[in-house]
Write a protein that binds this ligand. Structure first.
Ligand code: FES
Length: 159
């Protein structure tokens, strides 16, 4: 419905919005939507993407029923703990070839990556691992032992 200048318009017949105003409002709305979406994206940034690494020195409760010569591997740790008639000792289970985690078996350890083999005392039984698994510092007694993965001791050191 067209109106003549000065004629009163009906409230049901609003004046059409000029195309330039409509495009300006659409651009403004898009800009506000992009800002809000990017704000939500930025709120995620302060969260840490990695969790803190666990301490390399920790206590382990050795099971009373641990058979002599069988490895006890604490959950989430790369350490094998043995008890024999002379005492308790711990070996790192990080392969000395390229750092894979070795798996305990009846003979000692086997590396799943390139097939290195290690005896229960860490000695290399099959290459390509260049050196034995390191012995770790163990302190304590009466079933509770402190393992320090950062401290290596001479092979054969038992507590
Ligand atoms: S990483 Fe263990 S044999 Fe290569």
């Amino acid at each position: 419905m067209t109106t003549q200048p000065g004629e009163k318009r009906s409230r049901f017949d609003p004046e059409p919005m000029p195309r330039r105003d409509f495009l300006g409002l659409a651009a403004l709305g898009t800009m506000i939507a992009a800002f809000v979406v990017s704000l939500f994206g930025m709120l995620k940034l302060p969260k840490a993407a990695v969790s803190a690494s666990p301490s390399k020195k920790y206590k382990v409760l050795l099971p009373d029923a641990l058979p002599e010569g069988e490895a006890f591997i604490p959950p989430g740790r790369n350490v094998a703990i043995y008890r024999d008639g002379e005492g308790v000792y711990a070996l790192s289970t990080v392969c000395t070839h390229l750092g894979c985690i070795v798996k305990a078996n009846a003979k000692g350890f086997e590396c799943p990556c390139h097939g290195s083999g290690f005896a229960k005392d860490g000695a290399v039984t099959k290459g390509p691992a260049p050196t034995a698994l390191p012995w770790l510092k163990v302190t304590g007694g009466a079933g509770v032992y402190t393992i320090d993965e950062d401290s290596h001791v001479k092979a054969g050191t038992k507590v």
